[in-house]
Design a protein around this ligand. Structure first.
Ligand code: C2E
Ligand code: MG
Ligand code: MG
Length: 645
């Protein structure tokens, strides 16, 4: 008597999974379809096995029916193995590699085809299984072929799983891998104890594992627009480059996306994006660009990825998309035009690595800003800054290892004292390959990789060494401004580190003014607040850098102990724009009302100098007096110009 309970449970588990897959509508899309077929295959093999075992237990007759049921069971059992390997090929995005190798492409379904033919032939010659005169099931001499076919599929799945391990997250990889020992173990168990019919149950549990750990497309979906989300864009592009899948990408930046969010409800903005995404999907289907994926990036960008074999359809598709976007889109009685800039990229021809792609997308989001414009990928790629950003980690590491950083000083002029009273320390980097690399490029990268702490310490040490030198005392410079980045301010050891450096050089805290940008200062961050408090108590002064460029929470800024405010250089563009002039004047009034001394940055001409002097600003910094210069030139400059009026 064979135990049928496990089989029934396995069937029930599959039925629940089928139901939930249909309700969650996750049986769509390439991967969804393959998963669903694999699930159906397990379900049918379990169902056929339930009937087969029941018949075996109940009667020794009904042989034709038994033939049919057992054939069905064996077919679906083999199909499950095949679907498992196809699922792995799809999830590792290596389908294009299988297709590329003609031998693999044609022979892939061979084992399953042989099994299907043998199952038919079996009805006549019993080569796979038969029933003896007592109606008892007996294996035929070619039964081994069934094992060979299943083994072929399982091992090819495992092969791709190992080969493209990097394309999937570890938990998913383990879930897919576990299927193998589980099914081998259950098959062995069933071989040793033929009455213990457990294989289908184990298969059902395995697919439940896959369902809960892997088949969660909601994770990759932007629920508001119905497109795939940023997480999906990252993981899909990463996988694409690992397996070398050739694709066409179209990036559409909605230039006025932020404006829309400012002026209409976020529901309406989402509805507009949803309409665009639906159009893009429908159009890709109508021009037969199969398995095109659409992604929505929260910074207002839509990305379309299509397989390279449809390349010749891209131009027509793009025309239709641009035409559609030129017309207003209507939602809940709001009619809006989207200003877009569009860029099309071929991978791997234009971009051949995930890092470049990531950088490219970010650059495009920042750069692509002329409405109705079509960018060439090469516009961005051939840009020098792009290439620097791509290699910035190497550049920073090289600079640290080879001591390449230098500190320059830019003198700051006091209007009342009519002389230079302080200076700002600005870091400089000359790289052998890229020559001058702007701090605006490497500081953000150094913040990301953590080297900013090392760089910050280096700048402060250099400044302290300079201040403690004999020569410095002869210059009449009261203090040096040192820039602190947001990331440095969030380091709980910052206060101790700064004090330790000053103590080492015997420099008093009044000789240093710490500059924090307005954007950094407006972050609500406990450690930053604690650092500012501790450093102020220890005698340091703070200055608010780039005033007027952040969209700050003014009440927070007013609470912080800034002695000096540095009016950003955008305000020096006087006379160009009357409104900007008004903003400049009120910014100056505001800083005065907050009891701050005012430094104006970026003063390049005599007119600018006069204007800000008339406005009552206290200090002037800019090319009009001097660019940032190396220490020895700075000393020379101050000694020669200290009596400038
Ligand atoms: P920042 O602190 O606002 O520095 C002023 C920037 O304006 C400097 O750019 C300076 O060279 C430039 N500048 C000065 N006068 C003029 C002028 O008349 N016209 C124009 N067009 N520009 C002028 P730089 O040196 O490229 O630095 C850019 C930014 O990088 C700095 O802005 C600062 O935020 C950051 N940075 C520079 N050195 C350091 C550093 O040691 N540590 C940190 N954390 N950030 C730094
Ligand atoms: Mg500064
Ligand atoms: Mg500044």
């Amino acid at each position: 008597m064979k135990l049928n309970y496990y089989n029934i449970c396995g069937m029930a588990v599959c039925a629940v999974l089928i139901f939930s897959t249909l309700v969650r509508r996750i049986h769509k899309g390439k991967l969804g379809k393959i998963y669903f077929m694999m699930l159906l295959s397990v379900f049918f093999s379990a169902a056929f096995d339930v009937v087969a075992v029941s018949l075996d237990n109940a009667t020794h007759e009904l042989i034709p029916l038994k033939y049919f049921i057992n054939s069905g069971y064996l077919f679906f059992h083999n199909l499950t193995g095949a679907m498992y390997s196809v699922y792995i090929i799809a999830i590792t995005d290596s389908m294009h590699l299988v297709r590329k190798r003609r031998f693999l492409k044609t022979s892939y379904w061979l084992p399953l085809s042989v099994v299907s033919v043998l199952l038919l032939v079996n009805l006549f010659n019993g080569c796979l299984f038969t029933f003896d005169e007592n109606g008892i099931y007996k294996r035929g001499e070619m039964f081994l072929v069934l094992y060979i076919s299943t083994a072929f599929y399982i091992f090819s799945g495992v092969y791709y799983l190992f080969k493209y391990k990097k394309t999937i997250a570890f938990d998913r990889w383990i879930a897919l891998m576990l299927v193998v020992p589980a099914s081998v173990f259950s098959a062995l168990l069933q071989l040793i104890f033929p009455e213990l019919i457990i294989e289908m149950f184990v298969n059902a549990i395995s697919i439940m594992f896959v369902s809960t750990i892997i088949q969660r497309p909601e994770e990759f979906l932007d629920v508001e627009t119905g497109a795939r989300n940023e997480t999906a864009l990252i993981s899909d592009t990463k996988r694409m480059f690992i397996t070398g899948k050739p694709v066409d990408m179209i990036l559409i930046k909605i230039i006025n996306y932020q404006n829309m969010l400012d002026y209409i409800s976020s529901e309406d903005v989402s509805a507009i994006m949803k309409k665009i995404v639906s159009f893009l999907y429908e159009k890709s289907e109508s021009v037969k660009m199969k398995s095109t994926d659409i992604y929505f990036h929260k910074r207002g960008m839509i990305c379309i990825i299509s397989e390279a074999e449809y390349h010749d359809r891209i131009a027509g598709y793009l025309d239709a998309v641009m035409e559609y976007l030129r017309n207003p889109i209507v939602v809940s009685e709001v009619s809006l035009n989207c200003d877009v800039s569009v860029c099309s990229v071929r991978c791997p021809e234009d971009i051949d690595s995930f890092e470049s792609m990531n950088l490219f997308i970010n650059n495009f989001i920042d750069k692509g800003s002329s409405a109705d414009e079509l960018y060439e990928a090469s516009d961005i790629i051939n840009n020098r800054n792009y290439s620097i950003q791509l290699n910035i980690e190497t550049i920073i590491n090289r600079a640290i290892a080879e001591n390449r950083f230098k500190v320059y000083y830019q003198p700051i002029y006091s209007v009342s004292e009519k002389r230079f009273v302080c200076a700002e320390a600005l870091i400089r980097l000359y790289d052998d390959e890229y020559s001058y690399v702007s701090p605006e490029l490497f500081i953000p990268a150094a913040e990301k990789n953590g080297s900013i702490h090392k760089i910050g310490k280096y700048v402060l040490e250099e400044v302290c060494r300079f201040i403690s030198s004999e020569q410095f005392r002869t210059l009449g410079i009261s203090f040096i401004d040192v820039n602190l980045s947001a990331v440095q301010c969030m380091n709980s050891n910052l206060t101790g580190e700064i004090q330790e450096i000053l103590a080492r050089y015997g420099v008093p805290p009044e000789s240093i003014v710490l500059e924090i940008t307005e954007t950094a200062a407006s972050y609500e961050h406990n450690i930053m607040d604690e650092n500012i408090k501790l450093l102020t108590d220890a005698g340091f002064n703070f200055s608010l850098d780039d005033f007027g460029t952040g969209y700050s929470n003014m009440s927070r800024i007013a609470d912080l102990p800034f002695k000096i405010g540095k009016l950003d250089k955008i305000f020096t563009r006087t006379g160009e724009n009357k409104k900007l002039d008004l903003v400049t004047e009120s910014s100056v009034h505001m800083m005065k009302a907050m009891n701050m001394k005012i430094v104006v940055e970026g003063v390049e001409t005599r007119e600018m100098l006069d204007r800000f002097t008339d406005l009552g600003c206290d200090y002037i910094q800019g090319y009009y007096f001097s660019r940032p210069i190396p220490e020895d030139e700075f000393v020379k400059f101050i000694l020669e110009n200290q009596m400038v009026s």
